[in-house]
Design a protein around this ligand. Sequence first.
Ligand code: UD1
Length: 429
Amino acid sequence: MEQYAIKGGNPLVGEVEIGGAKNAALAILAASIMTDETVLIENMPDVRDTNVLLQAMESVGATIERLDRHTVRINGSTIHDVVFEGNYIKKIRASYYLLGALLGKYKRAEVVFPGGCNIGSRPIDQHIKGFRALGAKVDLGGMISAQADHLKGGHIYLDVVSVGATINIMMAAALAEGQTIIENAAKEPHVVDLANFLNSMGANIKGAGTDVIRIRGVEKLHKTEYSVIPDQIEAGTFMLAAAATKGDITVKNVIPKHLESITAKLMEIGCEVEESDDAVRVVSSKPLSHTQVKTLPYPGFPTDMQPQITVTLALSNGSSIVTESIFENRFKYVDELTKMGASIKVEGSTAIINGVSKYVGAHISAPDLRAGAALVIAALAADGISVVDDVFYIERGYEDFDAKLRMLGAQIEKVADEKEVKKFKLRVS
Ligand code: UD1
């Protein structure tokens, strides 16, 4: 089991380069096999989730060529199967994007139920409703199986704003006959990025980024070259690391517009935020003040930034309230944070936070991807040494997290066992 050993207490200072958005990349990778021509994808993050998806695509015959760490060439003409089973694919949530992509292209797909972070019940009823509205028959046994003689455009009103369902329906509808309308669609940057990608392959999708997306089906898609947008959540995580450690970080290669809800909260609690065309600098030089945060679909405050802001607010003056409105089980990390001295009471979907002046180092465990990153921020802000277990969760979505933090002056190392933790302690003491 790999762990991070961290000596905290120093402000993080410097510049960090943000990679391609994991959640956009997953949708784009799945969609890349919807054409028989070759697709080139750049700015692909090299993280566990994208690598698992690439492995799944390869397992059904897609030709995958990595030109360098962040560039991949994909050809879907060699696909010989539309069934995805096996344990490895259960590890990622985005496996369900293969349903929309292959249902669109081959009118048939079968995928095991998706895994991903355990942050709530995560139903897929809206995906299924969408596929059925396009004329597919969907069966749920041990697998999700969808098929159709032909797909016909439909009018779908999503009961909840779902990123996954919006993306899945958009993919299948891109190759359906006639027009599909998705109402109450998700507006996240990665929904827009997928629409742009599909349009660059010859799809006809309008309205992505608004509540209503209109897709006019085309007969087939063609080759393209495309660069994935920067990762909004990786950028936000480093912005919060600056705030919590009283640091000064310039987060480079970002789209500042995608970060506005995070920027607004940071300014509200007393950080200085400077924006330029493709960078954001966060300076935390004053005591942090308290606030209220509620997670909401984009452009609201992202649920994927909820643990990071909670960790930061727990170091502010006074009482803050964080309400999680997207996933019902996303405060599991609070017990770990309490071990570090935080004072947080969780009641249902609300965390009531009484700010403390310092965390103290502790042995803690990452319960999921974003909470794991948030606990690392807590450890970097803490006095003394912390050990964070289960860092494989963090590696699902952050490329070179520890190395990027070291470039900002963090004392963090990946260790494999107690002996290595001891060596780390000797080195940093
Ligand atoms: C995606 C992101 C995840 C992020 C989330 C919300 C990927 C791979 N993952 O997850 O990082 O936290 O968006 O921004 O992009 N729901 C239903 N029925 C459905 C689908 C969803 O009730 O069929 C509910 C969910 O339980 C949740 C809400 O809708 O309460 C939003 O979920 P959704 O946007 O679908 O999240 P994911 O696509 O799974």
